[in-house]
Design a protein around this ligand. Structure first.
Ligand code: ATP
Length: 360
């Protein structure tokens, strides 16, 4: 399979009911998903939720206790890592500082004992794919953060992989560089169209990069969807809270006939299923779905401004209404302590006592 730009074989990746335990910890708990040809799929979740273990199982660096891994429908569960044709990029890009870019890309191929000609061909092709062909003679200290990242990706591509696995590749960068490198990565993946599975705990990174995101918690998949779907229709309280900054506001309510009563806020609903009446619920509203000036379909609520955090271009207002303090994202800071909030009724998220989404 020789390759030059645009000639990567794309492979689909499917996990079926994967379980992996370490003594009494279930790191991966019955995980299933399918990543399509050329898709950018992100595994997102808090530290320890099983993302890295899932990625290592796909790579063949860990063996699952049960379940199957399929590449293009072919069972590879027992195929050793070296025969899976995967490229991996880990934290901090891991470029070797004392080696020129060329040697950084070539070394793994030398270890693989490929011929000098083959190595040269592959290094040049990979460098061209990520637009660093003009940098092969430089040392890493002569490169920008984004260029270093391209070197790490080129090294993975030089293996001629069908699948690219990345584990928090931007985590050691400072905030500014991270944003740049993230943008480069989006561009690169769109150009290469290589099936990519990317691990991060950073929700912004996931939202920006992913075609689809799998949100994980405690070894389980909570939701799989496009960034839009997981943001606008989180299936449970965990996903609603994990996605979005500043985080979503939650408060308690009770379902009555024709409305939900949250004490300070009474929310009319036309079609409440009779079975829900009398049930306790959690109501969620994102800080940017509350306004300090009237908006359509909103419910006004009077409150008191406690703190206004200045983010430069906008404010996070903390507004107390009785016992509840709501975070509100606002372009302006109210002039007075007394404020009226307008809660967008169409943007409320309702969760059951079991913390799953209720669609009313
Ligand atoms: P992080 O973002 O912190 O890297 P993660 O979501 O990638 O976390 P994993 O590294 O997959 O999580 O770990 C999942 C769970 O399995 C954790 O509780 C971890 O302590 C445990 N674990 C992972 N690898 C091992 C191991 N080799 N031996 C024992 N326990 C392990």
């Amino acid at each position: 399979m020789g390759f030059c730009r645009g000639e990567i074989d794309m492979v689909s990746v499917e996990l079926q009911n994967i379980v992996k335990k370490y003594r009494n910890v279930t790191a991966v708990d019955n995980v299933s998903f399918k990543v399509d040809h050329g898709e950018f799929f992100v595994l997102l979740g808090p530290s320890g939720c099983g993302k890295t273990t899932t990625l290592r199982i796909i790579a063949g660096l860990e063996t699952p206790d049960s379940g199957r891994v399929l590449f293009d429908g072919r069972d590879v569960t027992n195929v050793p890592a070296k025969n899976r044709n995967i490229g991996m990029v880990f934290q901090s890009y891991a470029v070797w500082p004392h080696m020129k870019v060329y040697d950084n890309i070539a070394l793994p191929l030398q270890i693989k004992k490929l011929s000098r000609e083959e190595i040269e061909k592959r290094v040049k092709a990979a460098a061209q794919m990520v637009n660093i062909a003009h940098l092969l003679d430089r040392y890493p200290f002569q490169l920008s953060g984004g260029e270093k990242q391209r070197v790490a990706v080129a090294r993975a591509l030089a293996f001629e992989p069908n699948i690219l696995l990345m584990d928090e590749p931007l985590s050691n960068l400072d905030a500014l560089l991270r944003v740049q490198a993230r943008a480069e990565l989006v561009k690169l993946q769109k150009e290469l169209k290589i099936t990519t599975i990317y691990v991060t705990h950073d929700q912004t990174e996931a939202m920006v990069l992913a075609d689809r995101v799998a949100v994980m918690n405690k070894g389980r998949i909570m939701q799989i969807g496009t960034p839009d779907e997981i943001y606008n229709r989180p299936v449970n309280r965990f996903v609603a809270h994990f996605i979005g900054t500043p985080p979503i506001n939650f408060f308690a309510g009770t379902v009555e006939e024709g409305y939900i009563n949250a004490g300070f806020l009474v929310i009319p609903f036309k079609n409440i299923p009779p079975g829900l009446v009398g049930k306790k619920v959690t109501i969620g509203i994102r800080p940017n779905d509350i306004s300090i000036s009237p908006i359509e379909q909103s419910i006004p609520v009077k409150g008191k401004l406690v703190v206004a955090e200045n983010l430069g271009s906008e404010f996070i207002l903390h507004v107390a209404i009785g016992d509840v303090v709501l975070r509100v994202l606002s372009k302006n800071k109210p002039a007075k302590e007394e404020v009226t909030l307008y809660v967008d009724k169409t943007k409320l998220h309702i969760f059951s006592e079991e913390e799953t989404r209720i669609n009313i």
